[in-house]
Design a protein around this ligand. Structure first.
Ligand code: CA
Length: 225
């Protein structure tokens, strides 16, 4: 999952980015409204954390322009404490949720998890596909109840596929949603990660759909007869 963090306070921006990276997200960051507007219009984010008070263009205007242009990614706004009008304007502009400053990082993380999974059509933080279970809250993966150790890249890949199970996800889509802007993106690395993930899971849930991408679906039983 790839997120955009928009916050002009450098310390707060850094804290958000580091907490979110630790939670397994790929992160792009912006420090003013113009930069945020551009990135949100041009990059496919799974969710955005958007401060309301920003230089060059305020967060509410940025959000309005995204929505006017048909950008539907979930947006969590950061509002100043006691500014109820920020919240009302934010929701009217198309925000999905808000957190008031000062906030607890755990609350931001929990709200983002909920936004990301709802956007993908899931109601709980436990995702399953056949024998594979992924706990988005704890960042844990199990196969037939036994925990599996994954690297952060492998986890990110599996989490994206689990959120979008039952449909074909292209390599391009994976590259766009697993890596931040500055990452050296090479879609061949996706194949390498898929190969490693398959070996670690040891069950046949990731199918290659030739020419299209990957499909996560429960194993259909023994094949090769
Ligand atoms: Ca601000």
């Amino acid at each position: 999952m790839r997120l955009l963090v928009v916050e002009d306070d450098k310390d707060l921006n850094r804290q958000l980015v580091s907490a979110l990276e630790q939670a397994g997200y790929a992160i792009d960051r912006a420090f003013d409204g113009e930069e945020a507007l551009y990135l949100g219009l041009n990059e496919p984010y799974d969710a955005v954390v958007l401060d309301v008070g920003l230089p060059l263009k305020d967060g509410i205007s940025v959000l309005e322009e995204w929505r006017k242009s048909g950008r539907t990614m979930p947006v969590l706004i950061l509002t100043a404490r006691d500014r109820w009008s920020d919240k009302v304007q934010g929701f009217d502009a198309g925000a999905d949720d808000y957190v008031s400053k000062p906030f607890h990082m755990e609350e931001v993380l929990a709200r983002l998890r909920a936004l990301v999974r709802r956007a993908a059509g899931h109601a709980t933080s436990q995702l399953t596909c056949g024998p594979v279970g992924l706990d988005t809250k704890a960042g844990r993966v199990v196969v037939d109840g036994a925990p599996i150790k994954l690297t952060s890249h492998e986890y990110r890949l599996l989490a994206y596929l689990m959120h979008h199970s039952g449909r074909v996800v292209s390599r391009t889509e994976l590259v766009e949603h697993l890596y931040d802007q500055d990452f050296d993106r090479d879609s061949n690395t996706i194949e390498v990660f898929v190969g490693r993930l398959r070996r670690k899971l040891g069950v046949d849930v990731i199918q290659t759909v030739r020419g299209l991408g990957y499909l996560l679906s429960p194993p259909t039983g023994p094949t090769g007869a």
